[in-house]
Design a protein around this ligand. Structure first.
Ligand code: 13P
Ligand code: SF4
Length: 345
């Protein structure tokens, strides 16, 4: 590849989101990525919603809480985040001296986009005494307006850590917020955001599958709508759903979350059957289009050229990280997420 091709790709990075360079189709990408990992002392952290090949090459695969804990404690020089933008931002806030790479900067999140900080600031001003709890699926700037972050693994513990006489604002996911109201009995003030993937499941099609497979258990992520959660046999974060399929005696599961997690479910329980919950139209909308922007080629390119990199203003890191640190403290005290001996690396 010529230097000028690289210079053009770098110039276009802002509009493309990634280094748009040709990759030799005969390259063994697994071998090349493993080589780069060693040469650069890099760690690859991948979310369960990534494509299977990326999960297979990652050093750690996990849910949002586990990924933050790994990012906070890794000794690698470079964190390569195979996930979406808010996850890589969180890693940068937790490890500001490290280089954090994201294979495609345009791998966003509809939930994070549904809560623009300037609008949220005005919303927050209407409830000046409220404690702000934000789902980690939000922008770095929103984290600067947040007292405590949470993930789906620790959200109940986080809400329960707040004194009962305190008002609580919960942003940005109204479905997780409604679920938390039910679980904790607290009257949360909700921001009206949703995840495009978890909103689109077809109740009618899921009911038909349940009739056809009466032995199957419906398992769902709390980002799903309340009507679907009411039907579910089990509700949990991605790691919670994965654990449930390993420990429960059922042989068949209807999985109402992004279909990428099924790869780990099949690896852990090869004799069980996993049916992805269908969306309410004919597209593959139970795949997150943001998560799936990352590919093996983009992963290879970003490790080779150490771009695109996550850069955040210092004030955002300083003010925003407090809400993530608070979340990690409460999680540790509650024994949630990674145990000490599972920490890197
Ligand atoms: P968890 O993996 O923490 O359950 O979150 C799911 C998700 O929506 C990530 O975008
Ligand atoms: Fe965001 Fe939903 Fe995609 Fe998760 S699945 S990254 S919440 S859009």
């Amino acid at each position: 590849m010529s230097n000028s091709a690289l210079a053009i790709a770098q110039k276009n990075l802002e509009s493309t989101g990634w280094l748009d360079l040709e990759v030799d189709p005969t390259l063994d990408l697994v071998e090349e990525i493993n080589k780069l990992k060693k040469e650069r002392n890099a760690i690859i952290l991948a979310h369960y919603y990534q494509e299977s090949e990326i999960q297979d090459i990652a050093d750690y695969i996990g849910d949002s809480l586990g990924l933050s804990q790994k990012a906070a404690s890794t000794e690698a020089d470079i964190i390569v985040f195979a996930g979406v933008h808010f996850m890589a931002e969180t890693a940068k806030m937790l490890s500001p001296s490290k280089k954090v790479l994201l294979p495609d900067l345009k791998a966003g999140c509809s939930l994070a986009d549904s809560c623009p900080p300037h609008l949220f600031r005005a919303f927050k001003a209407q409830h000046p005494d409220a404690v702000v709890v934000s789902y980690i699926n939000c922008t770095a700037e929103l984290k600067t307006l947040t007292d405590i972050c949470c993930t789906s693994t620790n959200s109940v513990a986080i809400i329960e850590s707040i004194p009962k006489d305190k008002e609580i604002i919960f942003a940005p996911d109204r479905n997780l917020g409604a679920y938390l109201r039910k679980q904790t009995g607290r009257d949360l003030i909700l921001w009206n955001g949703t995840c495009m993937v978890h909103e689109i499941f077809s109740h009618e099609k899921i009911t038909k599958i349940m009739v056809r497979h009466p032995e199957a258990k419906l398992i769902a992520h709390p980002e799903c709508e309340a009507a679907l959660l009411e039907k579910a046999h089990f509700i949990g974060s991605t790691s919670g759903l994965l654990r449930f399929t390993q420990e429960d005696e059922a042989e068949t599961f209807i999985v109402a979350t992004e279909a990428g997690i099924i790869h780990q479910m099949e690896l852990a329980s090869p004799d069980k059957t996993f049916i992805p919950a269908p969306p309410n139209n004919m597209c593959a909308c139970n795949e997150c289009p943001h998560m799936k922007r990352n590919t093996m080629e983009k992963l290879y390119l970003c490790m080779k050229h150490e771009e695109p990199e996550i850069i955040l203003p210092e004030w955002v890191i300083e003010q925003g990280v407090k809400s993530i640190d608070r979340m990690l403290e409460i999680s540790e005290a509650a024994g949630l997420g990674l145990k000490k001996d599972e920490e890197p690396d």
